[in-house]
Design a protein. Structure first.
Length: 331
């Protein structure tokens, strides 16, 4: 949340808008009054919208995502680059090349080309090039560095984009809206705040005003990054504590079972075979039949018993027939 007061915003000139004839009617809710042909921005609404923007930025940084800053105006170039590099976020302060977001794959190719030239200087292949090739590569590298150097570490599309002066950066705003990327922007009286998700009504021409707003946004991002770092450290400590508790919580029954398993593995296989030989095969068969009959459904069980009875009768008949043949006298 921003810690600004009314007087600080007044001193920085955040309340100054553009001439009356340059205004955008969509900014009417954010205009306090007109004075000497110049619109005055309502600083109460500026503070409210700045608080909302800072809260959203903090959540984005806490989730570990990147925010892209765009400011190619002369007044904002140095201010943005100085403050954004401290929090390790991507930014564009030179010309916005069309398709930087919508055609992000081609942008990544250009960044890889720049990295390849740097790799050539390290692995020794740079020395094998002639003078003309070296000159061409260095010029190409400088051109790529100027355009894409500040977004070299942005491996994917940003989670949000912050723009200073949406009239000048209308291409960046259009690309962000097309990709449904949340937009934050400093909106002056000559701009349309309905195009931005989180508009901050303020003076986007004065260096003091830009510095003040950028300081608050960067402060919110740094707080979000610190919270993320603290959460990670706390999670690591909890995981180590839980692993130690789990190791200490082994019950004596589990230990006893492990000891028994070790002992049974150490028993000689000969002893096991002797024990199995001593058990009568008829007993084993009866136990198997009992287990099978218990598992069979109750409707199937009587059929099995009937089959057993018929089998027994058949065996009895065979035995009696053999006895009769033996008892018959020889002729």
């Amino acid at each position: 949340m921003s810690k600004l007061n009314f007087e600080t915003l007044l001193e920085a000139g955040v309340h100054f808008g553009h001439l009356k004839r340059k205004w955008n009617p969509a900014m009417a809710p954010y205009i306090f009054e007109e004075k000497k042909g110049i619109h005055i921005i309502d600083l109460n609404k500026t503070m409210v919208h700045l608080d909302h923007a800072c809260a959203a930025m903090k959540q984005i940084a806490k989730s570990g995502k990147k925010v892209l800053f765009v400011a190619t105006k002369k007044q904002a170039k140095e201010i943005v680059s100085e403050r954004v590099t401290k929090i390790n976020m991507p930014f564009v302060t030179e010309r916005w090349s069309g398709g930087m977001l919508t055609n992000f794959q081609t942008t990544r190719k250009s960044i890889r080309k720049m990295a390849l030239i740097d790799k050539m200087k390290l692995d020794g292949t740079w020395d094998t090039l002639n003078k003309r090739e070296k000159l061409f590569k260095t010029r190409q590298r400088d051109k790529l560095e100027k355009t894409f150097g500040s977004i070299a570490e942005m491996t994917r599309q940003p989670a949000a984009i912050f723009i200073v002066d949406i009239l000048k950066e209308h291409i960046a705003l259009a690309e962000a809206r097309r990709l449904n990327i949340p937009t934050f922007a400093m909106v002056d009286t000559n701009s349309n705040p309905k195009l931005v998700d989180f508009p901050i009504p303020s003076n986007d021409d004065a260096t003091k005003s830009i510095t003040l707003i950028m300081d608050q946004i960067c402060l919110a991002l740094s707080e979000g990054l610190e919270d993320r770092k603290n959460l990670k450290e706390g999670g690591n400590e909890e995981s180590t504590e839980s692993s130690n508790v789990a190791a200490e919580a082994v019950t004596p029954e589990v230990v006893a079972e492990e000891i028994v398993a070790d002992v049974t593995e150490e028993v000689a296989p000969e002893v096991v075979s002797e024990v199995t030989e001593e058990v009568a095969p008829e007993v084993v068969a009866e136990e198997v039949v009992a287990e099978v009959t218990e598992e069979i459904a109750p409707e199937v069980a009587p059929k099995v018993t009937e089959k057993k009875a018929t089998a027994k009768k058949a065996t009895v008949k065979k035995v009696t027939a053999k006895k009769d043949t033996k008892e018959k006298p020889k002729k």
